[in-house]
Ligand binder design. Structure first.
Ligand SMILES: [Zn+2]
Length: 390
């Protein structure tokens, strides 16, 4: 009897698995929408139709305008959307978008469609139409299915005057003949990757008026002392050290962020606890900036999460290289040169430039946040105490 029951259960289980496999309790495919700060607005299910990504009309409401209203007229296949004081008309199967009775007409690269009996809009609608309805920029990353909707006014087009008082120190690790850092199987060196990212950050930051100093501009060796002396002399508001990772496992990949916390989790249990004594003062001084460093790391994490495929990991360790830097500091491991995917990415100039852009954006957001919270007195004292900028 028991055996029979068991056989029946097995049969049901088999049918269940067969149905699951053919009808799919498949993983739901979604597009992630984030705002200018990198916060998630919504994860929206999508339908793939003729190799194009389609979303429901309601998704617009959840990520763009909660007040939005829409109606559909079946005979004419006309979808009317009312949002941001504008009336938008689209027709299923037709790429034309009519805004405010023809005051503006946009042609979509992919038309809206009826799929499974419902009106669906292509993902290109977000990029092609939303900037016409509101003061927003929309970035779409098809490889990650992520869309970012940013309010333009959060970053004024004219450079804030005090950006030039904002000195950021970029520290490309290693350098010179003797210290190449880690090396990929394809023969690229860490010292070269980090220098090219640092130079790209410098070039792009200039457009925003930030004053950027590199601890090395060429393939030369610089001691730890030389690096922190440069940082402290230029009175940086932020110190960003760039490195690449390497691992015995070729599967390890992705970007890692490290904060210098003398009391943080130790990487190796056998490592000595940071010593008190004459070094104590320096360690404590970096520790004074830990909260600000965390703030920047959190902003950077969100920015990188939009840009990178693998989740970003933030760790806190006692990092000797950052001990004598008297400003908020973050060490970025840009990827693993022991991993083929990461190496391919870090050998690609477009990736380098996008990576730099992401870091520059994080600097922008962080500096704006600091300025918002700073008292007016702080600004003036910072101004007068910065001899470099005068
Ligand atoms: Zn390194």
């Amino acid at each position: 009897m028991w055996l029979r029951t068991f056989e029946t259960i097995k049969l049901f289980l088999f049918i269940f698995l067969l149905v699951s496999a053919t009808h799919g309790f498949a993983q739901v495919k979604t597009v992630r929408f984030v705002d200018g700060e990198g916060d998630i607005l919504n994860e929206v299910e999508y339908i793939l139709h003729d190799e194009h990504i389609y979303l429901s009309v309601e998704s617009l409401k959840s990520v763009f305008d909660p007040e939005m209203k829409h109606s559909y007229h079946t005979p004419s296949k006309q979808l009317t959307i009312k949002t941001k004081d504008k009336v938008i008309k689209v027709w299923m199967g037709n790429p034309s978008v009519n805004i405010d009775d023809g005051r503006q007409v946009i042609t979509l690269t992919v038309p809206p469609r009826i799929i499974n009996g419902q009106q669906k809009i292509p993902i290109s609608f977000f990029q092609e139409v939303l900037p016409e309805l509101d003061d927003v920029s929309v970035i779409y990353k098809p490889e990650l299915q992520r869309v970012r909707i940013m309010q333009n006014n959060s970053f004024p087009s004219d450079i804030p005057k005090n950006n030039r008082l904002w000195t950021v120190i970029i520290d490309p690790g290693h350098g010179g003949e003797k210290d190449v850092g880690c090396k990929s199987q394809t023969g690229i060196y860490e010292k070269d990757v980090v220098l090219s990212v640092a130079k790209a950050i410098k070039a792009q930051s200039k457009q925003h008026g930030f004053s950027i100093h590199l601890t090395r501009e060429q393939d030369v060796n610089k001691s730890r002392q030389q690096r922190y002396q440069i940082a402290n002399r230029f009175k940086g508001r932020l110190f960003i050290s760039l490195h690449c990772n390497s691992s015995f496992s070729q599967n390890h990949k992705g970007i890692r962020l490290y904060l210098n916390n003398p009391y943080g989790q130790l990487q190796f249990r056998t490592a000595p606890i940071p010593k008190f004594g004459d070094k104590d003062l320096n360690i404590r001084t970096q520790a004074n900036y830990l909260q600000q460093s965390k703030k920047f790391a959190t902003v950077l994490e969100k920015e990188l999460n939009f840009f990178a495929k693998d989740p970003i990991v933030i760790s806190e360790f006692p990092i000797i290289a950052l001990n004598d830097v008297f400003m908020p500091a973050v060490l970025i491991e840009l990827g693993y040169l022991s991993n083929l995917d990461d190496t391919a990415r870090l050998s690609n100039q477009d990736h380098i430039s996008e990576l730099a852009q992401t870091i520059v954006r994080a600097i922008q957001i962080y500096s704006a946040k600091v300025r918002q919270t700073a008292k007016p007195d702080d600004q003036t004292s910072a101004e007068s105490s910065n001899p470099i900028e005068r």
